[in-house]
Design a protein around this ligand. Structure first.
Ligand code: ADP
Ligand code: UDP
Length: 236
């Protein structure tokens, strides 16, 4: 599979067209941003880690009945994926309070919820990805009622599978962001990435942060945390 033209360069990945109109190639970068692009930097080795971690998790989810965009890893930092039209919603699942949840509701980080929560943001950088509810998403025609119901069911299934997976490698899955897309026939599949950039991971025993919060909060050893997560997930 060959890249043809670059269609999009985002904050963390580049997206290329291929000779096959139904397939794209995504190329993961070491660039890191936080706070809606206000903080910029690089994390050495992140592109490779996020590519390999995402693909491992997408394959695990596929094997457990979650349809994804994953097709084939073609290099350490590049993957062939099914082309989708991205539903412009960031779907956030939380198992433990942290980040913007703690800030918004004035609660400490680390409260373990009895049930996971779900929330949606409108994926729109110019507006700073504002929080919205299902009625707002319907009013803005970002997705249909059926699509929202499918997305919610898939997101909770992903959470159940991932929580179980991470527990076995001594990682608490605190929260994460998912994106979904429509294939040309309208089928909803899981897209984008699942990585230390898009999830909060805490070591089960020490509660050490093993994710992008080390970059956001200048906690040091960012590269080491990403490497440790890849090592645990891939079992290397
Ligand atoms: P951002 O756009 O937030 O800066 P990235 O740098 O990760 O994010 O860019 C990757 C872009 O590719 C994102 O906008 C994402 O929604 C989109 N994307 C992910 N998977 C697919 C896919 N299978 N088909 C089309 N677009 C995709
Ligand atoms: N997240 C993400 N992209 C975003 C916003 C959030 O991947 O644009 C992830 C983030 O890494 C965390 C989860 O979604 O795992 C919840 O993030 P939160 O709403 O707490 O926001 P933040 O603390 O990043 O402002």
């Amino acid at each position: 599979m060959q890249k043809t033209e670059m269609l999009y360069e985002g904050k963390a990945k580049k997206v290329y067209a291929t000779e096959n109109p139904e397939l794209y190639i995504v190329s993961y970068k070491d660039d890191a941003t936080a706070f809606n692009g206000l903080k910029k930097g690089t994390i050495a080795g992140k592109g490779v880690i996020n590519n390999r971690v995402t693909n491992y998790l997408m394959k695990m989810l596929e094997e457990n009945g979650v349809p994804t965009h994953f097709v084939e890893e073609i290099s350490d930092s590049e993957t062939v994926v099914k082309k989708v039209s991205i539903v412009p919603l960031e779907v956030i699942i939380r198992n433990i309070s942290a980040g913007s949840f703690s800030k918004r509701y004035g609660v400490e980080e680390g409260i373990v919820f009895e049930q996971p929560t779900i929330e949606f943001s409108y994926k729109n950088d110019d507006l700073g990805d504002p929080l919205l509810n299902e009625y707002h998403a319907l009013a803005l025609k970002l997705a249909t009622r059926e699509e929202i119901d499918t997305i919610k069911a898939m997101a909770f299934k992903v959470n159940a599978l991932m929580k179980e997976f991470f527990l076995k490698i001594n990682v608490e899955l605190v929260d994460f962001k998912l994106e979904f897309g429509r294939l040309s026939d309208g089928t909803i599949v899981l897209a984008d990435e699942i990585s230390p950039d898009t999830c909060r991971f805490w070591d089960s025993r020490t509660h050490e942060k093993l994710d992008k919060d080390r970059f956001r909060r200048d906690l040091g050893n960012v590269e080491g945390a990403y490497q440790e997560m890849m090592r645990r997930i891939l079992g290397e």
